[in-house]
Unconditional design. Sequence first.
Lengths: 349, 246
Amino acid sequence: MERSLMKGNEALAEAAIRAGCKCYFGYPITPQNEIGAYMSNTLPKLGGVFVQAESEIGAINMIYGCAATGTRCMTSSSSPGMSLKTEGISYLVGADLPCVIVNIQRGGPGLGSIQPSQADYWQTTRALGHGDMRMPVFAPYSVQEMVDMTSKAFDIAEEFRTPVMVLADGLLGQMMEPVSFPDSGTTGSSSPTWATDGHDNKRKKNIVNSLFLEPIELENVIKERFDRYEKIKEKHCEAAYENTEDADIIIAAYGSTARITQTAAEMARAEGIKVGTFRPITVYPFPEKQLQAACKNAKKVLVVEMSMGQMVDDVKLALDCKIPVEFYGRSGGFVPGPQEVLEKIRGMM
Amino acid sequence: MPNFTRPKSLVDVPNHYCPGCTHGIIHRIIAEVIDEMGIDGQTIGVCPVGCSVLAYNYFSCDMIQASHGRSPAVATGVKRAKPDRFVFTYQGDGDLAAIGTAEIIHAAARGENITAIFVNNTTYGMTGGQMAPTTLPGQKTQTTPFGRNTAVEGFPIRVCELMSQLDGVALAERVAVIDPKTIMGAKKAIRKAFEIQKNKQGFSIVEILSNCPTNWGMTPLESLERIKTEMMPYYPLGVYKEGSIR
Ligand SMILES: Cc1ncc(C[n+]2csc(CCOP(=O)(O)OP(=O)(O)O)c2C)c(N)n1
Ligand code: SF4
């Protein structure tokens, strides 16, 4: 284990390379440019590929082609760029191609702002492309988790033949923290049986495709894919929670917001308010069971986000409206301060 | 007389193309080139949306179905990961010159070692014959019912001429498939493109003037005649750029 001080975006890029990412395709957009810069400097020296694409549409389709050959690959972008990638992501899902996609969120809608934001939660968990589809999404809350989850994302993508998203925000991307890297990650199988990498007359031809004109064929393909989502739910649905046993109020937050709510919870405890914290690590699949367990003695739940309230929907769904759920959020690029959250908690008593 | 048999690189299945459509001829000559070069096992074809979307069933090499317009980017991803493989795209005019303009221009400008087979039939065949970026002035389509009016709908795009301006392009050639002579010429151009790819000399595009009897409302023979009398004057056959970029 090496330990170094690194920016979130750069640490993520290094983690991808150590996880066996051979090709990176991207288009510049703030606040994730350090990823492309790192890749362009490092990957070619290691025999890998860096391409600055003509657009996010170009980049995601390069990923489609590269992933089709069974090569580990990654693209990254920020909110407006993710909107452009959605058609390609839908095709990646439809053709069962593994890859890692990173969204370092910024403010929206439109050009929005370049400040941190969590306003792409709905897009990420519900609408990353047209059609009956989902994809696993990891939401790190520290530079270390950006490293760990990027590495894991590659393995899960390959095991379940699906794109996997790492969803962070401008705060995490730009922040410097000490991190440790695994000495060497798994690097994936070199040529999976389904890859369209040239059959050399040694196997039957492979086809990478998402078109199924027969309804029964398409339905079967989708059902099989949703069975895989169930397996992902069983094996890889993750959350972290603290001080929930005696808590009257549970604060749920993900990503960098969870760091703020942690501080707010400590401040509340110091005032004698019994507060616990809950943090989804995967936002799809949403850790419903873990949330139910964490909230079993709670009287109220507070959801805090850097948005007008998006994950709060999943919290309500998971709790089945059995516990009152309140929301506090900031939008437009504001990062809520612990004091603001504390005020909100006081108001809930 | 030699036997006229199916090229090995074409799968023995019926295709879905309309009677008299030149897509079949184009498939055949690509397959013949692949056979002659013995590269079936080293080739990956990328077919985007359009009438030829099901081409993944017809070629015997590994095939990728891509979204509308994006196959040059997809082919880039394949080629960068597997630089020693042959990679070709098979694109219609709507696909290549409208929705996918950015992807084709930039794949060409980067000098990607891939081959684009560009089927120019001056219309959107698959969706029922709407105006394409290559629709000729005055041509009637579903969305230019009174004929393409250049004052309103603008002008057709001459793709090979455009491509010839890009330094990444090693071959830009326009051919047709209306009689044995032009078909032999088209095959030669495709062979040249694949040789360029083999020698890693840069991006190659072969534009093929093609028909769409169904949406042109013509018999197959009339449609071939139209290629000669109406398309060729606007889209002259010939080599627009040739030579290694490296
Ligand atoms: C994003 C997107 N927009 C529109 C379509 C619908 N569509 C399918 S094929 C096509 C036009 C194809 O025309 P062309 O590329 O000229 O090929 P042809 O069918 O003539 O061979 C269109 C518009 C689509 N599949 N995807
Ligand atoms: S619609 Fe036109 S281009 Fe398409 S298969 Fe029929 S004739 Fe050919």
